[in-house]
Ligand binder design. Sequence first.
Ligand code: HEM
Length: 428
Amino acid sequence: MLLVQDSMKLPEMYNRQADKSDYYITPSFGPVENILVTREHKHHTQLRKVMAGPYSYTNIKKMEPLVDARVMQWLERLKMEFVDKDMPVDFTPWTVFLAYDVISEIGFGAPIGFVEAGCDQENIIKHLHAGLREKAILNRLYPFLKLLKGTWLGRKYFEAGASASSGLGILLKLRDRLLERRLKDLEEGKEGRQDLLQTFLKTRTVDGKPLDIEYIKSEVLLVLLAGADTTGTVMQGLIHQCITRPDIYERLRDEIKAADKAGCLSTPPKYEEVSAHCPFYVACVREVMRLWPSSPALFPRLVSGSGIDFEGKLAPAGVEVASTPFLIHRDKNMYGEDAEEFVPERWMEPERCKKLLKYFFGFGYGARVCLGKDIAQMEIYKGPMQLLREYTILPVGDDRVGTYTIAGGVAYWNNMFVKLVPNKKMAN
Ligand code: HEM
């Protein structure tokens, strides 16, 4: 595998004809592959055409009120559990609680209930994090996995079943329960939900057929796995900046105050309002995703066509090339000498921003770029933003401001304790 740091090479490496390599073989997902792990580019193009509708901005926009309700519930729970009791909060799990509840609500019509319970229900998050390193090692042993996939041995030892007590097993049970309930509702003529599952069920293939139920199951699981921790990590990174960089925090607060004074923000703010009126907030989100990506995985592809030239050396078709946002986003040729520093302003010069976005790798790249980007951004533009509007966020000790941890191809923060003081109280 050839590891690449040059961001200018992304368009060639991640072009439309590039197949994903066998590195993506994941026996744990079961026999039917979802869009993320499908390797062959032609098959992926077909799936992407089908999935484009459910994940389109127009469709996601319709779900915004569902996100709003979850964000407001999250704030209410934080108030009850920590603000009213004058207690510090370990912020990192709470962002993931919100992200899981949002994704399960807009994905399948019911929040898992992390926020309501205020805890890691059935230790789902703990179990999922615990298995990450082992999964990453297995990924690297893909010739072995390829041999085992589909065999009795592979199914017995690697495929998570709904009966398993692992984090994945619990999510599978949840998925099956939600799907069963929805199919029953549809049988009884109950419609009206605006969520991803409903659009998956209504989607038709190019020859007019409904999607296979096993395929829908596989996509549903992907949403639960790809959509929560990743989003939580960005929210955590943002709050880490607020409690460690007073200059950044001050500027964020000033921007929000000005937008509020001008009457530009609803409660909670709309995705489009934040995009239009809070450029520094948006720049901070991008800079957080640049330096502390949620998925600092390798994302390997097979070189296609006539090969790729790397500084005079040709990587011919079939060679496995890979990169990770962790490296790409620190490329000094793209970001300058201050590439290692948190400088949101780099995203605020329109011409420079256009170029940086063209080579941004935080949501993947090219034809396989993240389908849930708008869902994630909608949530990130609401949750922490509304928190900043309502509270002053104070660190609780220098050694508890958060640690960015990479496990396998996934990253998250932990040990981030903060005190939330109502802004009204601070003003008095
Ligand atoms: C900040 C949050 C998120 C980050 C950083 C992120 C990151 C990524 C990355 C890096 C990829 C490309 C993987 C590859 O090339 O192998 C990807 C693909 C994908 N993501 Fe996300 N993601 C996020 C949120 C979400 C959400 C909320 C959903 C769903 C609700 C989602 C669904 C997907 C899907 C379906 C794909 C596969 C796209 C394809 O192969 O065509 N993601 N994501």
